[in-house]
Design a protein around this ligand. Structure first.
Ligand code: CO
Length: 685
């Protein structure tokens, strides 16, 4: 490490025009992407970013992150905003500061691997519309999933920032997989691929301060491009981690404006500016200008979003992350999943089983989608395995992972689990070892064709290519073919303040009587998860919109049919932020609910055909869910172990097999039906 990077103190005196430090710490601001994604379910609107954009442009940030991650999905789905417009609109206000985006490798800004033709055009259009720095990551740290996008980033003359996802199997860095060598080697791979900067992406807030010191020091010794640190505050360590990283010579860190900082977001910028004042790593930022930006955010912007902040807990840190080395979002998802299955008392078994399942699945980093894949399989094992058989119910996503559709896992997959998972797998029983996107068919021309009656604009076509269901709906709103629902309308500051006042009254008890008068309006149209209530307080009427943002597991696109080589893939970084839609698949008998867009319906009593006096072996729903399809028809002969029905639960697909050989006697439901736990789906006799 060169002396240049060591932290030295010179003079402590605040002056906004102070001379520049020898090696100022560079800072990327994440307020306008990861900040609101982490704290406010990515609901920030462009109109609420513009008022601070010019002020932020003056600070001297190395970059501002304004796009990518869940923004593309959330904007078109929930805000009725064109994601491409945000890029173009903000660019008019940020005249000096480069733009950065989070790109999920071959998953782009969605939740599955897209084919190369879509990936290439997407990156080209992002560059053309104003993106400068492409922060690229892959959930398995399999950088073959970078190849296509990196080629285009470079051809467009843009900045390729390669990420290594930080993960642990032990309480601190080390062990067989995630040790210092692993991270240094991964960083070297990125440098060889042409990374302009290398970023350590600590999405779960697991990086401990002294591990950060050794890691950054080792990277500075082995890598010649600048090193960037992205660490979430979730566990409470990130501010300490930043400081040790600065001492070890990190070049760039990520922060948020203080009003968008901490909790599951990032450390704030202001304490860092003052901590480094007068040292050789002084940021040079003007603390008063930062304070003015915050004042504006606090006064004019945040009242509109405060209701989205999860304030159910007093504590701003998640101690469970320290206990289990597992992202906070994943843990709360596990709890939700168990609750849905009426098995909350099994949570300790789940914590015990989790490291085993993760090991069986190749010690994948726990970042969406892999955190969901491991989490849901763990719950299945805890609930359904017995002393005779483990991995009784394997989700489609685990099968895809075992087949190699996500890429190469950091450690090997347990061969027995792999063999069991791939038995009867539609694409074949032998896993692939090529770059996953190589087996995907092009999709762009089909996407053009699908929206040709609405638009031929390539940016529009990409919205559809990435999100066929919600994307098409958005394009219909955009071109006036359909009227957008009220729920996507922006909320004014005045409305927000009224609602806040209402909430205050509820909490103080003033509203107890008034609450009894709540009038439930008509059911919202299908596909909307906003419910409106009229509430009367002191003779004044308030309209309250309650939005269901707490989707338990976001994301798994169901596995594609054999005819298509489309890997399913969920992904999510922050709780309630990203909702996905199923991968394109052959038209089912009725439109499928898009994940996150529609609450799972209560099981329909009338859908049940009489299943009384069952003779033979009933196949029951082991959990509440939706029938994806029956694999066999009535009257067909089946062998023990054959898959009879595919049930989707928690957005993951489960194959239900028959424990006996015989004939399919009665099929009691159809595709798309919701079923309750214990419902008899069919009988084998
Ligand atoms: Co992040």
């Amino acid at each position: 490490m060169s002396k240049h990077h060591e932290l030295k103190q010179t003079e402590i005196k605040y002056d906004k025009d102070r001379p520049a430090a020898a090696n100022p710490l560079k800072v990327e601001d994440l307020t306008l992407r990861d900040g609101h994604q982490s704290l406010f379910a990515t609901r920030g609107r462009t109109e609420d970013m513009i008022p601070v954009a010019e002020m932020m442009d003056e600070i001297g940030f190395w970059a501002v992150e304004v796009w990518g991650g869940a923004t593309f999905d959330t904007m078109h789905r929930f805000l009725n905003e064109d994601p491409w417009d945000r890029l173009r609109d903000l660019k008019r206000y940020f005249k000096k500061t480069p733009f950065s985006m989070l790109l999920r490798g071959q998953n782009l800004v969605g939740y599955r691997n897209y084919p190369d033709d879509v990936a290439r055009v997407f990156v080209e259009r992002a560059a053309e519309n104003g993106m400068d720095i492409f922060r690229t990551f892959d959930a398995l740290n399999d950088f073959r999933n970078f190849e296509t996008v990196v080629d285009v980033i470079k051809k467009c003359g843009k900045h390729f920032q390669g990420c290594v996802c930080y993960s642990l199997t032990e309480p601190r860095m080390g062990g067989d997989v995630y040790n210092l060598d692993y991270f240094v080697n991964k960083a070297k791979e990125l440098e060889e691929m042409g990374a302009d900067t290398v970023c350590v992406k600590d999405m779960a807030g697991l990086l401990a301060p002294y591990d950060a010191f050794s890691l950054i020091k080792a990277l500075k010794e082995n890598i010649s491009v600048p090193i960037h640190l992205h660490s979430h505050f979730t566990s409470g360590m990130a501010s300490l981690t930043h400081m040790k990283a600065v001492e070890a010579g990190v070049d760039i860190i990520d922060t948020c404006m203080s009003s968008y900082a901490y909790r599951t977001s990032h450390p704030a910028i202001e304490p860092m500016v003052m901590s480094l004042l007068g040292t050789n790593r002084d940021t040079g930022f003007d603390i008063e200008s930062l304070a003015k930006i915050n004042e504006k955010l606090e006064k004019d912007i945040l009242p509109k979003y405060k209701h989205l902040l999860d304030d159910s807990k007093v504590s701003v840190i998640d101690i469970n992350v320290l206990l289990h080395q597992t992202p906070g979002g994943m843990l709360s998802n596990l709890v939700n999943q168990l609750r849905e299955m009426d098995a909350l008392d099994r949570i300790d078994d789940v914590y015990r089983e989790l490291p085993k399942v993760r090991k069986d699945l190749g010690q994948v980093p726990l970042v969406t989608p892999t955190s969901q894949i491991v989490g849901i399989q763990t719950v299945n094992n805890v609930l359904f395995d017995d002393e005779n058989e483990s991995y009784k119910m394997i989700t489609s996503q685990v099968k895809d992972l075992c087949f190699g559709l996500y890429g190469k896992t950091p450690a090997g997959v347990n061969p027995e689990v792999q063999k069991k998972a791939l038995k009867g797998y539609p694409r074949g029983e032998t896993p692939i070892d090529c770059r996953p996107a190589e087996i995907l068919e092009p999709e762009l021309e089909n996407a053009r064709e699908a929206v040709k009656d609405i638009t031929s604009d390539i940016d529009d076509v990409l919205i559809y290519a990435l999100y066929p269901v919600t994307g098409k709906k958005f394009l219909k709103y955009k071109y006036g073919i359909e009227t957008p629902p009220d729920s996507v309308r922006p909320k004014s500051l005045e409305e927000a303040k009224k609602q806040e006042e209402l909430v205050r009254k509820v909490r103080s008890g003033e509203l107890r009587d008034a609450l009894e008068k709540i009038e439930k309006k008509a059911e919202p149209p299908e596909g909307e998860n906003v419910r409106k209530f009229n509430v009367y307080v002191d003779g004044e009427e308030f309209e309250v919109a309650v939005e269901d943002t707490g989707m338990p597991f976001v994301a798994a696109a169901p596995a594609a049919q054999p005819a298509q080589a489309t890997p399913s893939g969920p992904r999510r970084e922050a709780p309630a932020a990203q909702k996905t839609e199923p991968a394109a698949r052959p038209a089912p008998s009725k439109p499928r609910a898009e994940a996150g867009e529609k609450k799972q319906e209560a099981p329909k009593e009338e859908a049940k055909k009489p299943a009384a006096d069952v003779e033979g072996h009933p196949i029951k729903a082991p959990m509440p869910g939706i029938i994806v399809r029956y694999e066999e028809k009535e009257g067909v002969k089946v062998e023990e172990g054959d898959t009879i029905v595919i049930l989707e639960a928690m957005k993951m697909e489960n194959s239900l097999t028959t424990p006996v050989s015989g004939t399919v006697k009665s099929i009691n439901f159809s595709e798309g039906d919701s079923v309750a736990k214990g419902d008899i789906l069919c009988v084998i006799a």
